[in-house]
Design a protein around this ligand. Structure first.
Ligand SMILES: NC(=[NH2+])NCCC[C@H](N)C(=O)O
Ligand SMILES: [Mn+2]
Ligand SMILES: [Mn+2]
Length: 300
């Protein structure tokens, strides 16, 4: 992994309806992300936060079943430009959310630098909805579909191109809450998914061995999009859409350690940390601990 990391905060909460996730980047900074990675001898450049335009009080401006569409798409453009610049400077982009809609901007900025960008979507959810299938109208449930080129043009064409990624280059890990439309789409276009059932059955070590082997042979870079709700709410309570029966803290560390050993990750984002819903900043601390493992922290 590159020894130079640029941190980008995205105080975005418009992709869903629970307030507080916009404070995720500061919670993660207070949990010591910069110090933690500097200890591993990385050159860290904290670029601060992307500016998010706030909608007028009470107004949920958007199209049918696409809440805050304009503001989310505008913020995604800004993030895409920032991430693009970081990669052009030869540095590793580490994006701090913010709700998962920010993946629209991250992937838009990253994908143009690769022929076959791989994506690990570590999440309880598929985030494969469109306005037609979404039960909520929340855009944080749509970024993976939009990045595949499926959905509203204001989401699929961030940075002026589409699609960003191909279905066969994606691995979803930790799924346990998929909407009907998402299940259909997964089958239709063929996305590799390790649900909690497979994680229980095979164990995380095998899941990660298979994931790494699969992505290694077909991709030229891998983006890790880690939604903290992929973890069990016991270990990561500060998230807006918790789902019981998730990946444990230990399993998650193992996953990060195996990714580090494999040296396949070329960009990453940690999303959905909501300090208002958290227990003494536990979830932000878990995020930082997982970053420690992802970037090479060893016990001995
Ligand atoms: N990034 C997330 N936490 N997404 C949750 C999405 C929940 C649900 N599938 C929806 O579309 O509303
Ligand atoms: Mn999720
Ligand atoms: Mn998600």
């Amino acid at each position: 992994m590159k020894k130079n990391i640029s941190i980008i905060g995205v105080p975005m909460d418009l992709g869903q309806m629970r307030r507080g996730v916009d404070m995720g980047p500061s919670a993660i900074r207070y949990a010591g992300v910069v110090e933690r990675l500097e200890r591993l001898h990385y050159d860290i450049d904290d670029l601060g936060d992307i500016e998010i335009t706030r909608p007028k009080r009470g107004a949920i401006v958007g199209e049918e079943n696409l809440k805050n569409l304009r503001d989310v798409s505008e913020a995604s453009e800004k993030l895409a430009a920032k991430v693009d610049e970081v990669i052009k400077n030869g540095r590793f982009p580490l994006v701090l959310g913010g709700d998962h809609s920010i993946a629209l901007g991250s992937l838009a900025g990253i994908a143009k630098h690769y022929q076959n960008l791989g994506v690990i979507w570590y999440d309880a959810h598929g985030d494969l909805n469109t306005a037609e299938t979404s039960p909520s109208g929340n855009i944080h449930g749509m970024p993976l579909a939009a990045s595949l080129g499926i959905g509203h043009k204001a989401l699929t064409h961030i940075a002026g191109y589409s699609p960003k990624i191909k279905p066969e280059n994606i691995v979803i890990i930790g799924a346990r809450a998929l909407d009907d439309g998402e299940k259909e789409l997964i089958k239709e276009i063929g996305i590799k998914v390790y649900t909690m059932h497979e994680i229980d059955r095979l164990g995380m070590a095998t899941v990660m061995e298979e994931t790494i082997a699969y992505l290694k042979e077909r991709t030229d870079g891998v983006h890790l999009s880690l939604d903290l709700d992929g973890l069990d709410p016991h270990d990561a309570p500060g998230v807006g859409t918790p789902v019981l029966g998730g990946i444990s803290y230990r399993e998650s560390h193992l996953a990060m350690e195996m990714l580090e050993e494999a040296k396949i990750i070329t960009s990453a984002e940690f999303v959905e940390v909501n300090p208002i819903l958290d227990d003494k900043n536990k979830t932000a601390s878990v995020a930082v601990a997982l970053m420690g493992s992802l970037f090479g922290e060893k016990l001995l």
